[in-house]
Ligand binder design. Structure first.
Ligand code: VGL
Ligand code: ZN
Length: 211
């Protein structure tokens, strides 16, 4: 469809939103928490951005010394887990530090069309995988309210990483009553200890459509 067609917004389904999760330098090869093939999804994500009337991005956005960083816990290494007041937390290499090169969107991502960028993980003492709730599963990001107020009820999720931020976002979206699809070809996984298979199963069980 012609992007400049003044009727394109009406002929498209205005209840549908594309949510592009964390397509940032640190999750791509060469980045601090590189996801294998993370950059490969960019051309496909760009086509999906073009074909959706409404596009929302998320951006992992941590202050230096964030509690999810292994470096913030003496004697701990990346990919170990610790218990925090809100539950078990996997520890990560320092990544997506606010304002750093690594926190920027991949340079080839066609992000300018996005109507909203939702930043997450900015509270020093709590991580946030989901675009909807922090990892305590109760502190909202505001995204659900935004979508509801806009009448955007059908969501397609793509991005990084399949088994963390994409999956937790999809599960919360279902919990909140959104029609939810994950386009798996436009996602890549970290796959830590079988996490991709486990989270795919949880998504299927929650009626997330895995396309
Ligand atoms: C993510 C781990 C830590 C993600 C973000 O975007 O999947 N994973 N922070
Ligand atoms: Zn993070």
């Amino acid at each position: 469809m012609d992007e400049m067609d003044p009727e394109s917004d009406m002929t498209r389904d205005n209840s549908e939103a594309l949510i592009v999760i964390d397509v940032q330098n640190d999750f791509c090869p060469g980045g601090a928490l590189a996801v294998a093939g993370g950059d490969e999804i960019v051309p496909l994500v760009n086509r999906l951005i073009q074909s959706h009337a409404h596009v929302i991005l998320t951006q992992d956005w941590h202050p230096a010394g964030h509690t999810s960083f292994a470096s913030a816990h003496a004697g701990k290494a990346p990919f170990e887990s610790i218990e925090l007041p809100y539950g078990s937390q996997t520890l990560w290499p320092d990544h997506c530090v606010q304002g750093s090169k690594g926190s920027e969107f991949h340079p080839a991502l066609a992000w300018t069309k996005a109507e909203l960028v939702i930043r997450k993980g900015f509270r020093p003492a709590i991580d946030s995988y989901s675009a909807f709730f922090e990892n305590d599963h109760t502190t909202p990001t505001g995204l659900a309210g935004y979508l509801r107020e806009r009448g955007l009820t059908r969501l397609t999720l793509v991005g990084l990483a399949t088994d963390y931020c994409v999956a937790y976002s999809a599960l919360d979206a279902r919990k909140l009553g959104f029609d939810t699809r994950v386009q798996m070809g436009a996602c890549r996984a970290i796959d830590l200890g079988g996490s991709l298979a486990a989270m795919s199963e949880r998504m299927r069980a929650a009626d997330v459509v895995l396309a």
